[in-house]
Structure formats: structure tokens, C-alpha cells
Design a protein around this ligand. Structure first.
Ligand SMILES: [Zn+2]
Length: 181
């Protein structure tokens, strides 16, 4: 089922998610619905807040051909789509600057600095603890989605100059969706 994607201005995007005690059938269905919603919107990641939920859950699916060849090779053992329950970044290194977008910010782009490589711990849909290390685009997606779960939005991490260039668009978007910045 395709769910409503909440946009910038809605209060839920600024809320912090609560850890999942156990992955239930209901939460597995939610993760599947989030993947369907993300695919329908042509996104590569989606966090629970973006569908109005506060469980600590995000999904990621990086299509073939979106990553640098070396990163794609490095990330190849990581199964897609990813359903990450209670994800946490436990190590990071390097830095990368690239374009980023978000389904909650239609028509807003921007580029920002993220760690080049991250190691992430999470619970999979079968309640098994997992650990992955990712680079490049996937590392960026993990940082973006896990930020959502803490109520942090990618515009918070833009340089002041970049954010200023989107200020009129951001103001309009927030106003149309409840006004919470
Ligand atoms: Zn986002």
C-alpha cells in the first residue's frame, strides 16, 4: 500500500522516533508499505517520520547504476532493499560532498558534506542483529535516513549560504504543510 509522504512543515518530521522492541508482522507490513511508497515516489530512502510514524525504522533501495563503480563493488554484499530497524551509526570515516534530495522536500536540492564511509548496526526484519559498512551514495543515504529518525533534516546540514539560496522555497513549503520549521 502506498502511504502519504509528509512534507516539510509537518510537526512529525521534527519528532524523534522510539526504538522498536521487537519486529512484529505489523512492522514488517509497515516496512513493505514504506518500500512501495519509496519506489512509487522514485526515492532511494524513506524514514518512518516521513509516513507519519515514530517507530525507529527506515528503508533504503539504491538502484543499479547510481553508485561509483568502486563504491558499488564495496557495497555489493549489502542486500537491497534494506529494512533497518533501530539503526545506529557506530563508526564513520572520511568525508564526501554531493547533491542530496528528500521526498519531504519536493523541488529542493542542495549539496552537503557527509562521512564517506559508515558502519551501521540494526535489527533486520527477522529480529537478527546486523552490521554493515557502506561507502559513497549508500553511506550518504544511511546518514540521511538515520538523521530523520532523530528529527534532523538534510537542510540542517547544508551550509548557511546554500540554505539561504533555498530560503523562499523552504518558507513556502513549510507554510503549506503546517508551518513547523
Ligand atoms: Zn529525507
Amino acid at each position: 500500500m502506498v502511504l502519504k509522504v509528509y512534507r516539510y512543515g509537518e510537526k512529525v518530521l521534527r519528532e524523534k522516533s522510539a526504538p522498536v522492541a521487537c519486529v512484529t508482522d505489523e512492522l514488517r507490513r509497515l516496512a513493505d508499505d514504506m518500500i512501495e511508497t519509496m519506489h512509487a515516489a522514485k526515492g532511494v530512502g524513506l524514514a518512518a517520520e516521513q509516513v507519519g510514524r515514530l517507530e525507529r525504522l527506515c528503508v533504503i533501495d539504491i538502484p543499479d547504476g547510481c553508485e561509483d563503480e568502486a563504491d558499488a563493488l564495496f557495497n555489493a554484499p549489502i542486500p537491497m532493499p534494506l529494512k533497518l530497524f533501530n539503526p545506529a551509526i557506530i563508526a564513520q570515516e572520511g568525508s564526501q560532498k554531493d547533491k542530496e534530495g528528500c521526498l519531504s522536500f519536493p523541488d529542493v536540492g542542495g549539496s552537503l558534506v557527509r562521512a564517506a564511509q559508515v558502519t551501521c548496526q540494526y535489527l533486520d526484519a527477522d529480529n537478527r542483529p546486523q552490521m554493515i559498512t557502506a561507502r559513497g551514495f549508500l553511506a550518504r543515504a544511511l546518514q540521511h535516513e538515520i538523521d530523520h529518525l532523530d528529527g534532523i533534516l538534510y537542510i540542517d546540514r547544508m551550509t548557511a549560504v546554500e540554505r539561504l539560496s533555498y530560503a523562499p522555497k523552504l518558507k513556502k513549503l513549510a507554510k503549506a504543510n503546517g508551518g513547523v520549521r
